[in-house]
Design a binder for this molecule. Structure first.
Ligand SMILES: NC(=O)c1ccc[n+]([C@@H]2O[C@H](COP(=O)([O-])OP(=O)(O)OC[C@H]3O[C@@H](n4cnc5c(N)ncnc54)[C@H](O)[C@@H]3O)[C@@H](O)[C@H]2O)c1
Length: 277
């Protein structure tokens, strides 16, 4: 038996994290699309990692439970990574809330029951959650603590009609949920945190940069403090630190990694975006 690393969402960011924490362990690669998990498996296997793949729909509890069962066959589950998600241009409001908000909450709930002592989890949120104005206290509390099966029925979520707003609520909700779960995970000797990336180059982001809205994106990145987009490996480096022994005192936290874009959106050259984002 080996220590096990579980990844759901075997895309660019997820793979970068799995590479940093997976050596000498068994890495479970889950994705909605089996072919995405398989192509990630080929890359990791060719680099010496031990892997298995499984089709997982994070918006289904049954599917997450099947993932938990699969992972436990290989040993103690030490690291879990949720890098599955759909973006505002990819899906309607209901799917964004179901995958990004509800799916993440169930993932935290179910893995929080079996995470190993000394283990650690990371949830990939987004800078988008940081652009939402402060929410009323009762909304914060509901997003953090409502029973998972009641989350999608929260009245203020039912009022959302815009996909960007749904994505922002889901990603803010991820960070709040991580705070709530940190107590439960702590009782098992484990930590759990969120990472909120800015624009990170993956095939999808690259398509956007080269697509019809590309010019606006490129202008925004050039005017940001870093002057560029991020690489999945930069998110991987941060996740590695948080999940390593050096990160043992970090739990229930959210790390913004966006090259200064959010700071500039509020108080710098990117304030013009407030009208549209
Ligand atoms: N790339 C960016 O610029 C950026 C910025 C901020 C946040 N994020 C977040 O990072 C996470 C990872 O995105 P990425 O950039 O690596 O994109 P990606 O498209 O490369 O990876 C996302 C993966 O999630 C999978 N997925 C989608 N729905 C799923 C479901 N229901 N169940 C299981 N898997 C599912 C997709 O098949 C895909 O392989 C997402 O949550 C995204 O919102 C990305």
């Amino acid at each position: 038996m080996k220590d096990v690393v579980v990844l759901v969402g075997s895309g660019g960011i997820g793979q970068a994290i799995a590479r940093r924490v997976g050596a000498g362990r068994h890495v479970v690669l889950g994705d909605l699309r089996q072919e995405s998990a398989d192509s990630a498996a080929k890359i990791l296997e060719d680099a010496g990692f031990e892997v298995s793949t499984i089709a997982v729909d994070i918006s289904s509890r049954e599917s997450i439970l099947a993932l938990v069962e699969h992972a436990q066959k290989f040993g103690a589950v030490k690291n879990v990574i949720n890098a599955a998600g759909v973006s505002p241009s990819q899906a309607p409001v209901s799917a964004i809330l179901k995958v990004d908000l509800y799916g993440t909450a169930v993932f935290l709930e179910e893995f929080g029951k079996i995470i190993a002592d000394g283990g650690s989890g990371v949830i990939i949120s987004s800078q988008s959650g940081h652009r939402l104005p402060a929410l009323p206290e009762e909304q914060n509390t509901a997003l953090a603590t409502a029973p998972t099966e009641e989350l999608l029925n929260l009245p203020f979520l039912k009022e959302i009609t815009d996909t960007l707003r749904a994505y922002q609520y889901a990603k803010r909700g991820n960070c709040l949920r991580v705070m709530y779960e940190a107590s439960r995970w702590g009782k098992r000797g484990a930590t759990v945190n969120a990472i909120s990336p800015g624009v990170i180059i993956t095939p999808l982001a690259n398509d956007e940069l080269k697509g019809p809205r590309g010019e606006g994106y490129r202008k925004m990145l050039e005017a940001s403090p870093a002057g560029r987009a991020g690489c999945p490996d930069e998110v991987g480096d941060l996740a590695e630190f948080i999940m390593s022994s050096r990160g043992r005192f970090i739990s229930g936290a959210d790390f913004l990694i966006d090259g200064g874009t959010t700071a500039s959106y509020f108080y710098g050259d990117l304030q013009y975006l407030k009208k549209t984002h």
